[in-house]
Design a protein around this ligand. Structure first.
Ligand code: IMP
Length: 423
């Protein structure tokens, strides 16, 4: 059986958690393939709002196995907190939760290195979530990392000590004012490691290979968004993993030919948290309204998200890089009441009109060229059928489908699982 893939097409926070939760009933296995606790996947159902960071978003469905793949980086301390937060549901979630032995561990000193690196950058800082993501992936590619499977070896603590010592020397090298008590952080870390060790560690690529042979349905769940991809994003203001479709192959051990549907999630407007260029960013009342009505605050850090009009140049790029086969548009309800809407369809790039994403989209090079569209007034949040959608919204959708050349199959009209319209 083939593997379907779900990923974000903008700068993250598109609503992937909600859609994975909605789609999980169709799948036997939900597999996270990259990122780590920098992600905040928000799910709402039965009046409950729940945020997941590392645990895949299918966890609330008894029928699905949830796998944390080799491409993910795991902070045992945050993972333990996630498990503690699930305790209130009075269900044993761990029986459906599998961890790849090849996933790398975020150490306390990785978090400290992240903080030291950001502090040393001053104004040029990335705006990292400071969860230790960058330094952990650096150790992975530098071939120094500690993996989940190492916890089964008797000498893993020696490896830990060597790496932590090296990190401390690196932190000193940054020469920034960073207050920390490593003994306390380590006590918390080693306690969390013991909890992690109670979970099932597996050779996940073999598990997924057998699952495919046995016709199991698999959904690969991405984190962050395509414009934060380490290769294709707005470098250096990106995360440290491949958030695009190829990341699912390397982050799970799934062959490219096994990928079937690629579900691309985007918001009806654009948001970004952290630093970096954002051509359609708004600094006026429209942007303020998007932020307020859309509750645009980071699920992991609580930081306000920057808001702006939909950028079709960037979206088209993400559709191409990922080979998206179906689109899902989120938060159309947030735009209800806007008298007009703007959609960026081209850039003025150094005086020339272009429709592809250039190497550099900094404001001094790029000015968005907009198409203006009529807004809709209707409250969408109670609608549950495509036939109820207002004409102006249907025009907006039709315009996007024509530009992107991919059908929009789901329109989300609110955060709850039930506020989902299938087209
Ligand atoms: P890091 O991955 O924590 O190092 O952060 C690098 C950049 O990616 C920063 O601009 C973050 O705000 C952004 N980022 C990381 N994870 C997410 C996410 O899940 N949603 C939105 N932005 C994110």
């Amino acid at each position: 059986m083939a593997v379907d893939l779900l990923l974000g097409l903008q700068w993250g926070d598109e609503g992937k958690g909600k859609i994975v939760d909605v789609l999980t009933k169709n799948y036997d296995i939900i597999a996270r393939f990259q990122g780590g606790p920098n992600a905040g996947h928000t799910l709402e159902f039965d009046g409950i709002k729940h945020v997941l960071h590392t645990i895949p978003s299918g966890i609330f469905h008894d029928n699905a196995v949830n796998l944390v793949g080799n491409g993910v980086v795991i902070d045992p301390v945050i993972f333990k907190k996630e498990l503690d937060n699930l305790a209130k549901f009075n269900r044993d979630f761990t029986k459906n939760l599998l961890i790849s032995r090849k996933a790398h561990l975020i150490l306390p000193t990785h978090r400290l290195l992240d903080a030291a690196s950001e502090a040393s950058k001053g104004k040029a800082k990335i705006g990292s979530t400071l969860k230790g993501i960058g330094p952990t992936y650096m150790d992975k590619t530098g071939r120094n990392g500690i993996r989940v499977g190492d916890l089964e070896l008797s000498n893993w603590q020696d490896k830990y000590r060597n790496l932590a010592n090296k990190h401390e020397a690196m932190i000193d090298f940054y020469n920034v004012d960073l207050q920390y008590n490593l003994a306390e952080l380590e006590a918390e870390f080693f306690e969390a490691i013991e909890v992690l060790k109670t979970l099932q560690f597996i050779d996940s690529e073999e598990y997924l290979h057998q699952a495919q042979k046995n016709n199991k349905t698999i959904l690969a769940e991405g984190a962050q968004g395509s414009l934060l991809d380490i290769d294709f994003g707005t470098y250096p203001f990106v995360t440290s993993s491949n958030t695009t479709a190829a990341g699912a192959c390397t982050g799970l051990g799934v062959a490219p030919g096994a990928i079937n549907e690629v579900f691309g999630i985007f918001k009806a407007y654009t948001t970004r948290v952290g630093s970096g260029p954002f051509p359609t960013e708004l600094f006026d009342s429209y942007g303020e309204t998007m932020g307020r009505v859309g509750n645009e605050f980071g699920a992991t850090t609580g930081r306000p998200r920057r808001c702006g009009w939909l950028d079709l140049v960037a979206l088209k790029y993400a559709v191409q890089v990922n080979g998206v086969t179906q689109l899902m548009m989120m938060k159309g309800d947030v735009l209800s009441g806007f008298d007009k809407l703007k959609v960026c369809t081209a850039y003025n790039y150094k005086g020339e009109k272009i429709t592809h994403l250039p190497y550099n989209i900094e404001a001094e090079n790029v000015t968005p060229i907009y198409t203006e569209m009529e807004g809709w007034k209707e409250d969408l949040t109670k609608m549950n059928d495509a036939s109820q959608l207002p004409k102006a919204l249907n025009n907006y959708i039709a315009f996007l489908e024509k530009e992107l050349e991919v059908p929009i199959k789901i329109v989300s009209v609110g955060p709850d699982r039930t506020q989902t319209i299938h087209r």
